[in-house]
Design a protein around this ligand. Structure first.
Ligand code: ADP
Ligand code: MN
Ligand code: MN
Ligand code: MN
Length: 361
């Protein structure tokens, strides 16, 4: 089962062909109607645009992406952020787009549109984010990559940040993704093997404002493409394996200018106080099904807090919000919101954090 893998050696013969200097291949990337899935398609431009504004608007068939009815299916792609293409290399680009409906209103899953407005209004706070993207590699049969076909690996313990063929599964994919992100210009900060075997994490950030969402979505796109080449599937499901196996989150680390300045711990405590008053609103924004996905993950076990309660604490990985120990010692820095699900939309997450803590609305 699964897509057949073609011979990459044959492909190489064609990728060696000269590409005309005046032809730029542009892969337009967008979020589909699930709010989770990514789609892309390519077009040739006759020169390399100098800024994102010079990339032409484009369109696609929204009835094939869960975004529109067949009778009125044209959707618009508005380029918003450009990256180098690590797959085609040269002067080719990957172009992240916002999606608009036939009437020019943002598509339902275009969460970037309002996020950008909020970030603009809060820009004097200089909000920084760093998101830890956890994910799980799967074989075509839906079983975690490298797990025994008819059973389970040994219990959790040796796998987190592990080393050795019996401890980590799929490091080639992780290494390829890291380099591809650096090449593309994605602000990747690090990576590590996670607690459940075949589960990994990469960190994007710190990014200011709208860049957080842009860079994380492009990092996810690159992850899916790299895995596709290895014949492995990536899932962002927050609890891919039931039972005594850790789920996957997208911890959102966050600071404003005043939190980063001397004595910033006061600003961090103020922000936590505000966050405590909006727990339900945040949970709704932290996965694509308004808390339904996170219900399976935020159980209060496996290094999570309960979805029903708000809590905060220094170095506490069982709390909604953790203040890293170093931050408590320095008296300034950032906080970590551990609630967002691995399949969250970072635009929705960062928007609601800034609304609550900077704009008081
Ligand atoms: P953890 O100990 O929770 O596993 P990680 O090292 O995986 O932490 O991730 C820490 C994240 O915090 C990184 O993405 C980093 O970019 C981010 N970060 C560091 N400093 C700040 C800051 N001042 N504001 C926002 N994010 C920050
Ligand atoms: Mn981490
Ligand atoms: Mn982690
Ligand atoms: Mn974390």
């Amino acid at each position: 089962m699964g897509a057949p893998i073609t011979d990459k050696k044959v492909l190489e013969k064609f990728l060696e062909l000269d590409q005309p200097q005046n032809k730029c291949m542009c892969e337009y990337v967008w979020i589909d109607g699930t709010g989770e899935g990514l789609r892309s398609k390519c077009r040739t431009l006759d020169s390399v645009p100098k800024s994102v504004k010079e990339y032409p608007e484009w369109n696609f068939d929204g009835s094939s992406t869960y975004q529109a009815e067949g009778s009125n299916s044209d959707m618009y792609l508005q380029p918003v952020s450009v990256f180098r293409d690590p797959f085609r290399k040269g002067h080719n680009k990957m172009v992240l787009c916002e999606v608009f409906k036939y009437n020019r209103k943002p598509a339902e899953t275009n969460r970037r549109y309002t996020c950008a407005q909020i970030m603009e209004r809060a820009k004097d706070h200089h909000p920084w984010f760093g998101i830890e993207q956890e994910y799980t590699l799967l074989a075509f049969d839906g079983h975690p990559f490298g797990w025994p076909k008819n059973g389970f690996p040994g219990p959790q313990g040796p796998y987190y940040c592990g080393v050795g063929a019996n401890k980590v599964y799929g490091r080639d994919i992780v290494e390829a993704h890291y380099r591809a992100c650096l090449y593309a210009g994605v602000n990747i900060g690090g990576c590590n093997a996670e607690v459940m075997p075949a589960q990994w994490e990469f960190q994007i950030g710190p990014c200011e404002g709208i860049d957080m969402g842009d860079h994380l979505w492009m990092a996810r796109y690159i992850m899916h493409r790299v895995s596709e080449e290895f014949g492995v599937v990536v899932t962002l499901d927050p609890k891919p394996m039931e039972g005594d196996w850790n789920g996957a989150g997208a911890h959102c680390n966050y600071s404003t200018l005043s939190m980063r300045n001397d004595g910033g711990i006061r600003a961090i405590e103020d922000a936590i106080e505000k966050l405590s008053k909006h727990h339900v609103r945040h949970i709704k924004a932290y996965d694509p099904r308004e808390g339904k996905d996170n219900e399976r993950r935020l159980t209060g076990q496996h290094e999570t807090s309960s979805i029903h309660d708000f809590s905060a604490g220094v170095a506490n990985r069982g709390a909604s919000i953790r203040i890293p120990r170093q931050v408590a010692e320095d008296g300034r820095g950032y906080l970590e919101d551990r609630r967002p699900s691995s399949n969250c939309d970072p635009y929705a997450v960062t928007e609601v954090i800034v609304r609550t803590t900077c704009l008081d609305e």
